[in-house]
Write a protein that binds this ligand. Structure first.
Ligand SMILES: Nc1nc2c(ncn2[C@@H]2O[C@H](COP(=O)(O)OP(=O)(O)OP(=O)(O)O)[C@@H](O)[C@H]2O)c(=O)[nH]1
Ligand SMILES: [Mg+2]
Length: 228
């Protein structure tokens, strides 16, 4: 089956949302620091077990002034990835605000994934210890138990754990599909676009991503930008 997953990244400004999306969808770490204005879009098709998942990714602006447009993209999501910077304590403190905001707008069915980015900067610069994050997730899994909030960390810069984050999300969704607990839109075919197979990789190593069959195939990503 071909399914569509609607996902968005939210979180404070400058935590690295755009870099995470760019690394996942295009395998590029942007050279220039350009704050997102409103909402950007990217998409990638992943071949997972017996299904193909087209993951549509809305990359939202963290700046307060764009929140009214961001709100309209959060409503009918399947997944929300809430990003913070492990080297900036205030971005971790704001996680609770982001979770409450998303649950309030998107409702109880949304799948939540917390991501701590910029682990490449090392332990000396790190302001949010792993134990504190585990504690936070435990507390919130009690408070919002239907969401089963999971946590992963990554570096968009070093391409560390990025594919694993999306693969983990697809795996969670695939399990729900099998149990008939999620209602995803379907696609008849993905018009000449060849889904990618992604394998879990160890942290700190580059992922084995490979095109499904033909070389020279069309790229399976697309991008556009919506500005407030
Ligand atoms: N060291 C390091 N820097 C990163 C990483 N990811 C992003 N950055 C840097 O963090 C800054 C902000 O990255 P963005 O991806 O634009 O952040 P954003 O969350 O999309 O910000 P808004 O669009 O304003 O909400 C840029 O200077 C990036 O180069 C990372 O994994 N490691
Ligand atoms: Mg951005």
């Amino acid at each position: 089956m071909n399914y569509i997953i609607k996902a968005a990244l939210v979180g404070d400004y400058s935590v690295g949302k755009t870099c995470i999306v760019s690394r996942f969808a295009k395998d590029i770490f942007p050279m220039y620091d350009i704050s997102t204005l409103g909402v950007d879009f990217d998409c990638k098709i992943i071949d997972f077990k017996e299904n193909n998942y087209k993951i549509q990714i809305w990359d939202t602006a963290g700046q307060e002034k764009f929140q009214s447009i961001v709100k309209s993209y959060i409503r009918d999501l399947n997944v929300c990835i809430v990003v913070f910077d492990v080297n900036q304590y205030k971005t971790f403190i704001n996680l609770k605000k982001w979770l409450e905001y998303i649950i309030c707008i998107a409702g109880d069915d949304i799948i939540l994934q917390i991501v701590g980015n910029k682990i490449d900067l090392g332990e000396n610069l790190r302001e949010v210890p792993r134990e504190l994050i585990d504690e936070f997730c435990k507390e919130h899994n009690i408070e919002y138990k239907e969401h089963n909030i999971e946590y992963m960390e990554c570096s968009a810069k070093d391409d560390n754990n990025i594919d694993n984050i999306f693969l983990n999300i697809i795996e969670r969704i695939d399990n729900l599909v099998k149990e008939d607990k999620i209602n995803l839109k379907r696609y008849g075919s993905f018009n000449e676009v060849i889904p990618q197979k992604i394998k879990y990789s160890k942290s700190n190593s580059k992922l084995n991503t490979k095109s499904n069959t033909k070389s020279n195939s069309k790229l399976n990503t697309s991008t556009c930008c919506i500005i407030a």
